[in-house]
Every structure is written in structure tokens, then in C-alpha cells.
Design a protein around this ligand. Sequence first.
Ligand code: GDP
Ligand code: IMO
Ligand code: MG
Length: 431
Amino acid sequence: MKSIIVIGAQWGDEGKGKIVDIYSEFADTVVRSTGGNNAGHTLVVKGDKFIFHLIPSGILHPGKRCVIANGVVVDPKVLLAEIGRLKERGYLKDDGQLKVGFLANIIMPYHVVLDRAREEKLGNRKIGTTARGIGPCYEDKVARTGIRACELVQPDTFAEKLRASLELKNFLFKNYYGAGEVPFQATLDEYLEYGERLKPYLMDTSGFLNEEFKRGAKVLFEGAQGTLLDIDHGTYPFVTSSNTTAGGACTGSGVPPTKIGGVIGVSKAYATRVGGGPFPTELFDEEGQGIRDRGNEYGSTTGRPRRCGWFDAPVIRYANRLNGLSGVALTKLDVLSGLPRVKICVAYEIGGVRRDEVPLSLAEFEQAKPVYEQAEGWKEDISAAKEFGDLPKAAQKYVRLLEEVAGVEVSLVSVGPERNQTIVRRNPFRA
Ligand code: GDP
Ligand code: IMO
Ligand code: MG
């Protein structure tokens, strides 16, 4: 297959960064299409750790082109800091390796203020956002009042749009949220400077990608967040503000769906969630804390402890329905080593009735009690396994059981954060 979309099949943080880094070896071009710096994608390469919020996880491979497409909401300060850190570490020597969409909407300081103020106002009903201004920026985009990357290098247009935006935002901050106002002139000067510094990267990324297809390039799309955080299909309102499902890769990057060869869903061998919202298999006991500790389940973006629970098969079946998965990349199997038995949620019980599918109603999902199947655990350290056959029999059986109850093939098993802690069963670029 020529072009592959990698998406999160659960609630985000499944290990997409690591999987994209692995598949990047076989691709020519790697693209982020949606989300913003709410994402935190971690890569560990020969003991060196990298966390990317905006730059595609293919950037460590010299010569691979990386694209931040129009559907991404870009905080220029965060992007420039990320570029700076990469250069300090000897990467991104050629600026031509990174391309940023002219039409990407820009996260402005008032988006961040609004995100925080709104969450504060919601109190215990808050969404638990990453407070990066993602929702307010997407709102302005849909309201057709957003500021786009190309406008950062058009001073007059930018000034006019900034003035109009601040008029309304500052009115809200002053009169409704009691938050500090955002100054016009200082913001204008600061963001025009960011525009100058980002200029070398700005381009028509949809045009570029379509040219890449013409020359026969292999393109890898890096999803952000996870399926259950999708604005249309997730656990609304406990979702992010973009389409995190596979379709978002096409709309966000301006690439026709007919160019896509396959979709890989990334899932942990258990489940985690950050922020509010339903999570039927959540563990509140020592076993959950054990998974959190062994899996180092603390957010890459905000450092918040992640909620941890057992693998939820209906969620993966739902992800398969929405994304048409060619396979699952199963991560963090090593974290389950040492447990006497492992549990898999195969269905829910809601109001005394067994339900096999993710309920669409939030109230029902909140009441859903997991129906578990148990499988034998394994004691062995599996972090050095190279082949599927190197895994203990009980771990192999667990993976096969997951395939059966989720109804999708596990095409990769990850047994540690490092590149070489990966068992590839089927490479989607070679299928
Ligand atoms: P992403 O947002 O989907 O890219 O995932 P994050 O980077 O937020 O979180 C995944 C975390 O798990 C990172 O710290 C990775 O280094 C780590 N990780 C990925 N795969 C594995 C694995 O198979 N085993 C272990 N122990 N850690 C992993
Ligand atoms: P990656 O790409 C996990 C969650 C937040 C919150 C909700 C809305 O690293 O998997 P937002 O700031 O987007 O308005 O927050 O979505 N969230 C994530 N959870 N991983 C992410 O990204 C997330 N990005 C947003 O915790 O519940
Ligand atoms: Mg993450």
C-alpha cells in the first residue's frame, strides 16, 4: 500500500508517535492533518526521548519530508520552540524538510485565555482540556473569523482581523469571565515576528502532497488524539474539537480519499484516558495504580496522571467501524507482564441489559458496566521479544483473544518505548 493513515483507536496517547516513527522508515512524507499542540507524541530512539506536539514524528528520519497541513491549529510559539529544540539536537538541518500549510488556523493568546476561563467557569463539569486554546481556535475557524498562517505575513490583513477578534474577546474577558484583556499592539508585533520566522516553511501543502502522489511517494498520515475524542463520533462533550478519525486525515490535509491505501489503529493492550468523560473499564484500585506506574501513564503534554483500565473491545470495534482498520498496532503489552490474570471487556451491561456496542448516549455510556473475560497472565519480562513466537504462550494467547473480540488483526506488537522493541507481524506499506 502506498499511503497509510495511523489513528488512535481509543482516547489518545496510544503510542501513535512511536508507531509513526517505526513506519516512517518506509514512507517518503509524513503528515499531521488535525489537532494541535494538545497532542504529545513521544519517541524514544537509542535512549533519547523526544516529545512532539506539532511536528510529525517522521522528522528524525533524515530526508523524509514532514507536513503540518491546513487542518492543524498551529500555535506559532510552540512550533518555533519545537523547531529550535530539534535544531539544537542536530535535526532539521534542511528547512525544506518541514512544510506548514498556508491555510492552517493560528492559535492566538486569546484562545488560550478563553480555554482556561471557560474550564474554570464549568467547575466540576469541566471537560479537562489541555488548556492549549484548541477548542476556541477551532470555533473561530468554523465561525469564519479565524486567523490563518498566510495572514501572519500580511501585516495589514492581520492587523485588521486581530483588531476585530480582540474587540469581541476582550469584551467577553472583561465583562463575563473576569479574565485579563489581551493587548492589541504587543500581540500584533509579537505575531508578525513569528510570521517572519515561519515564512520559510509556509506553503500550499495540499498542492505539495498531491504532487508527492504524482511522483509515486509513499505518504504516512499521523493522527492525533483518539477515535473516542472525535468531535462528531466521540463521547461529546468530552471530546476534542476536530475529527480525529481517519476521514479527518483527508479533509485536514486536502488529499483525496481515493489515495489512501490503509488505516492502522493504535491501541494499548489496556486503556487510558485523560480528562473527563465515560471510561467503563477504569480501575480505581491498586491494580490501576500498578498499570499507571509501570506504564508511566502521565500525560506528555500536561503531566496529568492518566486514568487507567482494562482493554475495551467494544471501543476497538467502534474504532474499526469508523476508521475501517486494516490492522491494529498494539502497544505497551510489556506493561501487563507480572499480573496473575488479565481482563478484557467484551461487552457492557446497561440497566441490566447486555450491550455489545458503544452506546451513543452519553448517559448510557456513563452507566455502562463492563462484562469481562479473563485470560491467564504471564510473569516473564517481554521487553526484548523480537518475534511473536518469542512472547510467552499466555501473552500470545492474550493478543489472539484481543483480535478475536475486537474483530481486527493485530499487525504490530510493541513491547517497550524504543524503536527496536517492536514486533512487526505485517507491514502495511508492504501489504
Ligand atoms: P501518543 O500521543 O499516541 O503518541 O502517545 P504518548 O506519547 O502520549 O504516550 C505513549 C507513551 O508510551 C510514550 O511515553 C511512549 O514512549 C510509550 N510507549 C509507546 N509504546 C510503548 C510500549 O510498547 N511499551 C512501553 N512501556 N511504553 C511505550
Ligand atoms: P495525543 O495526540 C489524550 C483530551 C483532553 C480532554 C479533551 C479535550 O497525544 O493522543 P482539548 O485540549 O483537545 O480541547 O481537550 O481531549 N485530549 C487528549 N487526550 N491525548 C491527546 O493527544 C489529547 N488531546 C486532547 O485531555 O479530555
Ligand atoms: Mg500523547
